[in-house]
Design a protein around this ligand. Structure first.
Ligand code: ADP
Ligand code: MG
Length: 266
């Protein structure tokens, strides 16, 4: 059976996409599941966060997307029990180069095909834009995970994202579902966080994951040690929250998730 593919998407930067992708990969690897983490951001933060030096890559996702090298050749086995296809700044050129290619939105789908059967789950860490790279991720994905900070501007931009998911579902990839919204960097002491969190639950109902990722300094420190927070300090509140989220994620995908068409309604 081929892998289920989930993209971690939010066109804003610094909202916890990479932290979510890396820690979810680490948690699922422990279950165990055979996981591939795909870094689709030219910033290469997921790559570095897995202890792989983005400046010293022999192969990355960039030539794979362009069809110059095979996905297998770019695959790295991390120390944390999951595979990684790394990225670095080279990938920024792909935004422009892909536009001129035939089947440009399906380059990633095609690139991943030879890996079929080797993993149970593929997680894609997307760049902070609704660009050609993100479009490729959405065309390859079964579902979308949207990490969100519960702050005043959190809801701004969310409708663009939801519309993009719907458009991709309608035009390119009928399998695509909005799996859920994940509240991250949550600070229960801040009234605004509580209010925005309630608003989200009101608006999106059970599309909001029950797991709540707290603001936790150990999660922020882990990448500088080249480790997922879950491995760096398993006893930390952040690590425990991501472990709980991974359980909820598995339960949700096993019962089939929720249709993207129903996003925005209860
Ligand atoms: P994105 O990939 O959306 O740009 P990141 O996952 O890189 O976001 O997170 C942005 C910054 O916030 C990083 O420095 C990261 O270490 C930090 N961070 C992410 N999640 C948390 C958290 N729950 N608690 C504290 N810091 C966090
Ligand atoms: Mg990131």
């Amino acid at each position: 059976m081929s892998a289920r593919v989930y993209a971690v998407v939010n066109q804003k930067g610094g909202v916890g996409k990479t932290t979510t992708a890396v820690n979810l990969a680490a948690a699922l690897a422990r279950v165990p599941r055979r996981v591939l983490l795909l870094d689709l951001d030219p910033q290469g933060n997921a790559t570095m966060g897995c202890g792989v030096d983005k400046r010293a890559l022999e192969r990355s996702i960039y030539p794979v997307l362009l069809g110059i090298c095979r996905a297998h050749e770019a695959l790295v086995a991390t120390e944390f029990g999951f595979d990684l296809i790394p990225a670095n700044r080279e990938l920024a050129a792909a935004e422009v180069e892909l536009v001129g290619l035939e089947g440009r939105e399906n380059r990633l789908v095609r690139a991943l095909r030879p890996l079929a059967g080797e993993h149970d789950l593929v997680l894609i860490d997307c760049p902070p834009s609704l660009s050609m790279l993100t479009l490729n991720a959405l065309c390859a994905a079964d579902g979308v995970i949207i990490p969100m900070q519960c702050e005043y501007y959190a809801l701004e931009g969310l409708s663009d994202l939801v519309n993009t998911v719907r458009t991709v579902q309608a035009n390119f990839n009928p399998r695509l579902q909005a799996l859920g919204l994940l509240r991250v960097m949550f600070d229960a002491r801040i009234t605004l966080s509580q209010q925005v969190s309630e608003q989200l639950a009101e608006h999106f109902g059970d599309k909001v994951f029950g797991a709540l990722i707290p603001r936790n300094v150990r999660l922020a420190e882990a990448p500088s040690h080249g480790m997922p927070g879950l491995v760096f300090d398993p006893a930390s509140r952040g690590a425990k929250a991501y472990a709980a989220f991974a359980e909820e994620f598995l339960a949700r995908i096993e019962r089939g998730g929720l249709a993207a068409g129903s996003v925005g309604r209860k």
